[in-house]
Structure formats: C-alpha cells, structure tokens
Design a protein around this ligand. Sequence first.
Ligand SMILES: Nc1ncnc2c1ncn2[C@@H]1O[C@H](COP(=O)(O)OP(=O)(O)O)[C@@H](O)[C@H]1O
Ligand code: SF4
Ligand SMILES: [Mg+2]
Length: 341
Amino acid sequence: MPEPLLEVAGLVKHYPLTQGILFKKQIGAVKAVDGVDFALGRGETLGIVGESGCGKSTVAKLLCQLERPTAGAIRYRGEDITRLSGRALKAVRRNIQMVFQDPYTSLNPRMTVGDIIGEPYDIHPEVAPKGDRRRKVQELLDVVGLNPEYINRYPHQFSGGQRQRIGIARGLALRPEVIVADEPVSALDVSVQAQVINLLERLQSEFDLSYVFIAHDLSIVRHISDRVGVMYLGRIVETGTDEQIYDHATHPYTQALLSAVPVPDPEARERRERIILTGDVPSPAAVPSGCRFRTRCFKAQERCALEVPLLAVPAEFRHTPGPAAHESACHFAAERQGVAG
Ligand SMILES: Nc1ncnc2c1ncn2[C@@H]1O[C@H](COP(=O)(O)OP(=O)(O)O)[C@@H](O)[C@H]1O
Ligand code: SF4
Ligand SMILES: [Mg+2]
C-alpha cells in the first residue's frame, strides 16, 4: 500500500441507551461501531460495504469529526485527530470532506447553488479565494460538469444526479485530501450512478484525492475501489484488494453478499450458488457472543459462540501466499467456489 494518509485503530462509537425522563439511567449501548481498523493510502480508494445499520455512516461521521469516538484513534498524517480541538481540529476538518448519501435532503433548499458551494469558505475564511469568490464557485461547477451559469439556481431546479454533483463541488471547495463519500449514488437512478462514479474517478486523479467510498452493495464499489472492507454489525469482517474480495472471499458473510449480486450472464447465473442468509441482522444493542455473524452463518459451529474471530490472515493461508491470504475474521475461513459472478 502507498504511504497511509489515514489510519484507523480500534475505533468505537457506542450510543448510550437510557431509561427514565428526569433521572436518566444508562441501561445499555447501541454499539454502532465496535472496533474498526483500516488504513487509507494516498491516492487510494477504500470501499466499505455492508447492509443497512452496520455502522457505515457512523464511521463516515467519525472520520469527518462530525462525531467523537467512544474509543480508538484516527491518525491523519500520523497524528491522532480525535484528540484535537480548536484551530488544529478545524485545519484537519478542512482536509477530510464528506459527500452525503441523499442529494435531495443534504442541500439547503432555500440557498442558491452558489451559496451552497461557497458556504465552506465562510467556515474557513483562511482558504477562501481572495477576490472573486463567484468565479471560483463557477469553476467548481464546471469541474463537476454543470453549467457555470446555473450559479443562481436553487436545488429543486436540478435532477438527483445534478444535485449530487453540487454536493461534490461543495466537498471540493476547500481542496481536501480525503473525501468520505457515504453512499453517494444509492439514492440515484441506476443510469445516473455510473456517471457520478465516473466523475468521482476523474476528480480523484485531477485533484490527487483519496477516497473512502461507502456502499451497501458490493457491485457498486467494485469498479472504483482498490481495496474493500466488508462490515457487519459494527466491525470489518473481511478486507483485501478487489480481486481478493470479489474472486477469493473467505468469510461466509462476504460470500453470501457476493452470491446475491445480480449477474447479467444467464449461464454464469445458472452455475452460481445462492447463499440465503437466514434471520435478521441482530440489534447493535445486543451483539451475539463470539462471532457476531454466527446467528446468520451457514457454517456456524460451537466454537463460533465462544471465541471472537480476529480480523487477520487466517493461519491456514499464512504460509501459502495467494489471493486467499488476506484478512478475514472467521474461525473456518475458506474459499467457496461458485459464489462470485
Ligand atoms: N445518534 C444515534 N443514536 C443512537 N443510535 C444511533 C445513532 N446513529 C446511529 N445509530 C444506530 O447505529 C447503528 C448504525 O447506524 P449507521 O452508522 O447509520 O449504519 P449504516 O450507515 O451502515 O446504515 C444503527 O443501529 C443505528 O440505528
Ligand atoms: S467464525 Fe463461525 S459463525 Fe463466524 S463467520 Fe466463521 S464460521 Fe461463521
Ligand atoms: Mg448509512
């Protein structure tokens, strides 16, 4: 991996569950993020994938310092940013920008596009363009493929895809190094998704950006990611290069997700085995003992309830280098034929 720009270690975010109105008593915790580790190299794209509710947006908010972690470190250029405050925090925030999931609700409907894209300059006057801010905003519109003359229009005058371009332009205004994109195309029509992903790829090379790209669907991150982390109930359960994850997954959860990705080729579809996950995702306030995936795992055994599997290269692959030798948090990690498309 290239030199890491961001390093996340033991990241935890628990939201207290309280009872009582006047005298609040903590009766538990929603373990939204429960021990996440990863690194993001310069110029790299890390895809984070998992079902709804597994903690993806919470990770995004923690990275952008919109939330403070319960425990753990987020090192940016080697410095733990979770301990910063005041000006130092502000400077870091500028460099890690978020693109939100829903372009319909994330843009203020009463502001013009020019004010929306230029707003970050009010928050960070130290990097605001000297002189002509309007021209700078028009440049940003042009960069994301929108007509610069639209600067005085309002969000409702744009389509979903165009609104997401506005969100991206706003994210770029401060010239960040890292963009955390939280399901940036999930709310868009399939036909528009590819256009927005292509735009993000072009901007990555043009502006030397590193991406954390979040999605609930493995097929969306495949094209854009160099590496992928698969999340389940607050943890990353498997991580590797796109080839390792898509063609040599060893974790039963990843295999189940892959087996559900639609395949256009009917012959490949015939050959493929579909793994049906039974039951619902458990509540993050009541995480199962041992392996947190065990209540839905088709391979679960007694050991899975007793021992927490760690995210590491499984022992059986450690001495046989090959694509199966990547981190997987499963006691019985093994490749499975016929799950990928
Ligand atoms: N502010 C909050 N207070 C309490 N629980 C929360 C809060 N934010 C998120 N959660 C819970 O944390 C879990 C993870 O949420 P989230 O990070 O939004 O997941 P995802 O983005 O993967 O769908 C969910 O169970 C959610 O209900
Ligand atoms: S540790 Fe056990 S329950 Fe967990 S994924 Fe592996 S086989 Fe399934
Ligand atoms: Mg989310």
